[in-house]
Design a protein around this ligand. Structure first.
Ligand code: ATR
Length: 278
């Protein structure tokens, strides 16, 4: 049976999801398609309602629709409730169900890129307090971290996260970041700093323990300044591309019924695309 899914975004043209899912469809030899649908905010609710009429079995949603999707889905995975945002939807028994696969993607990327990264779970430091930071904090608490320090330029946003996640979350001012690194076994950047076209993330990593792992959810460029500095200190690093690839796995499985793998060939396909465009 032919099945199709799509990414709904505005803009959707930057999304690499069609490349990822298209690769898996070809690899499995499935009769199916993964489309890109430019969906302006005023058309989003109507588009979600007509997924079945459009011949779609489900969808990914990206900027700026993740919160609206959360409100519009009939059922949402309990893990996504605290995030109040979802990125993956599927039709099941006539109902529109949704989840947020960023948590899975973040954890799977670290599990693959830095095995054992979670053996020491005393403290993690997260830079940024936006939507991406929420998914990262949720991931780390789920994995059993005792404390997650969130450093943000606008401290009130970090404080909002502490209201949401409770006492294990420690909100910190941006200028306290370097001090916070002393006890951290993991440092995660979720800000746009270091992204192609944004200012670099200028942080002294000297106080991180030698066993710490450093990861960035920015993946263009793949090796951000933060990761380069960490590697120069012989710290283990994990780039953000794997999160993008791993977060796509549960959606593909829901829509097309087979669980795909994140392989070096897939990774290379996306790297070639990024390097061709930037
Ligand atoms: P997302 O949902 O993708 O996480 P976001 O909500 O726009 O995106 O969050 C971007 C993050 O990058 C925020 O934590 C933001 O800090 P503020 O909350 O203070 O805006 C952070 N950020 C962006 N530009 C920054 C800069 N120049 N210096 C420090 N932090 C920055």
């Amino acid at each position: 049976m032919f099945k199709a899914a799509a990414v709904l975004g505005f803009p959707a043209r930057h999304s690499r999801s069609p490349l990822v899912h298209g690769h898996w469809l070809r690899q499995f030899g499935l009769r199916g398609a993964y489309l890109r649908l430019e969906t302006p905010p005023d058309k989003f609710a109507a588009t979600l309602k007509s997924l079945a009429d459009l011949g779609l079995t489900g969808a990914n949603v990206t900027i700026p629709h993740k919160e609206a999707a959360f409100r519009l889905a009939d059922d949402v995975d309990p893990d996504a409730v605290r995030l109040a945002a979802i990125n993956t939807l599927w039709l099941e028994d006539g109902r529109l169900r949704g989840t947020n696969t960023d948590v899975y993607g973040f954890l799977a990327n670290l599990d693959e890129g830095a095995p054992g990264w979670d053996h020491e779970r005393h403290e993690a430091v997260v830079l940024g307090a936006g939507g991406a930071a929420r998914a990262v904090v949720q991931s780390l608490l789920q994995r059993g971290f005792g404390r997650v320090s969130v450093c943000n330029r606008t401290i009130s946003r970090a404080e909002e996260l502490s209201a949401l996640f409770g006492p294990k979350l420690r909100p910190l001012a941006w200028q306290d970041t370097e001090k916070a690194l002393t006890g951290a076994s993991l440092l995660v950047n979720t800000t746009s700093l270091g992204m192609h076209g944004s200012p670099p993330l200028d942080l002294d990593l000297a106080s991180l323990p030698a066993s710490a792992v450093v990861t960035d959810i920015v993946y263009v460029p793949r090796e951000t300044d933060l990761l380069r500095r960490a590697a120069a200190l012989n710290l283990r690093t994990v780039d953000g591309l794997g999160m993008l690839l791993h977060q796509a796995v549960p959606g593909f499985e829901k829509w097309f019924g087979l669980r795909p793998a994140v392989t070096p060939a897939l990774r290379q396909l996306i790297i070639d695309d990024i390097e061709g465009r930037t």
